[in-house]
Design a protein around this ligand. Structure first.
Ligand SMILES: O=C(O)CCC(=O)C(=O)O
Length: 296
């Protein structure tokens, strides 16, 4: 990893320093080691592993090799433990400082790469998707929180630092996913280094919506799950008729970091607005194993 963009949590509050702002501006990302502590991570896993979230709302997004990562996506934070993570200061205020203004919750998802079967994420920029949903500027970011250790072997995220300065690259459908123009990606790769973002569970990568990223299939015996939360600037409210099914601006009620451990809701997902991927113009999902998305 690039040490200049890598930082450690000190205590349970995250102070955004000038070095972090500089790294985000120059490289398009910052890596925060230990953003979630062990107790917080245990609570998050309790929700993700033991509730109806995955069996009821999970679906697959086929990749170019015929495999697929699986995901569950929700558009509103909700009041369960994962909602507290989406709304807590160390995630939201940090995103605001990095982007330079108020943000609102755009989406959150659990991306699941199961051992030996989890598929690949094709090269893309998140703005390659969100452009189609009416975001006029790329003033948005994602926060990738490792739920499991992410390694080269189980398909960790790979990024091209600095690629957010390339602007939006053309995207088109690659199997079920929206992927970046690979010819262009190849040219950019001659100029920028590729980084494998190996993470310990609880680490978080904040990255700009124009950073090119991908991940390989999981050919290991270790699960690779990640919670990815996305925020858009309030000033970048999407064009009304293009926004759906993703949300336009609504104020995000922040909570203190302590709310994650104080939250006792591990099973009531009222108000999370799970995405039915059949409504999403940017993916072609496989919902054959989805129990009940129609009622989301
Ligand atoms: O989980 C990954 O490896 C990447 C996921 C991602 O980039 C996405 O869902 O947009």
């Amino acid at each position: 990893m690039d040490n200049l963009a890598e930082f450690n949590m000190e205590g349970n509050d995250l102070e955004v320093t000038d070095d972090m702002l500089q790294a985000f501006k120059e490289k398009g990302y910052i890596l925060i080691r230990g953003l979630l502590n062990n107790d917080e991570l245990t609570k998050v896993k309790e929700v993700l592993e033991n509730s109806e979230l995955v069996p009821k709302y999970g679906y697959g997004i086929p990749d170019s090799s015929g495999r697929m990562p699986k995901m569950v996506l929700w558009r509103a934070a909700g009041s369960d433990v994962t909602g507290m993570v989406c709304r807590c200061e160390k995630v939201v205020t940090t995103s605001e400082k990095l982007l330079g203004g108020e943000v609102y919750h755009y989406s959150s998802k659990l991306v699941m790469k199961e051992p030996r079967i989890g598929g690949k994420q094709e090269w893309h920029q998140d703005y390659g998707y969100w452009y189609q949903n009416g975001l006029l500027t790329p003033d948005a970011l994602s926060v990738f929180v490792a739920v499991d250790n992410c390694t080269k072997a189980n398909g960790c995220l790979q990024i091209l630092p600095g690629s957010h300065k390339c602007g939006r690259i053309e995207h088109k459908m690659v199997s079920g996913q929206t992927g970046a123009d690979l010819e262009r990606v190849a040219q950019i790769r001659t100029k920028l280094p590729l980084i494998h973002v190996e993470m310990t569970a609880g680490d978080a990568l904040f990255f700009h919506s124009n950073v090119l990223h991908m991940s390989e299939p999981n050919d290991s015996d270790d699960r690779r799950w990640a919670l990815i939360m996305a925020y858009n600037c309030a000033s970048n409210n999407p064009v009304q008729h293009l926004a759906a099914p993703f949300p336009r601006y609504s104020k995000l009620e922040k909570v203190p970091n302590s709310a994650i451990l104080e939250c006792t809701n591990v099973s009531d997902f009222t108000g999370k607005e799970f995405l039915n991927p059949l409504d999403d113009k940017t993916v072609k999902a496989d919902t054959s194993q989805t129990a009940n998305l129609q009622q989301a």
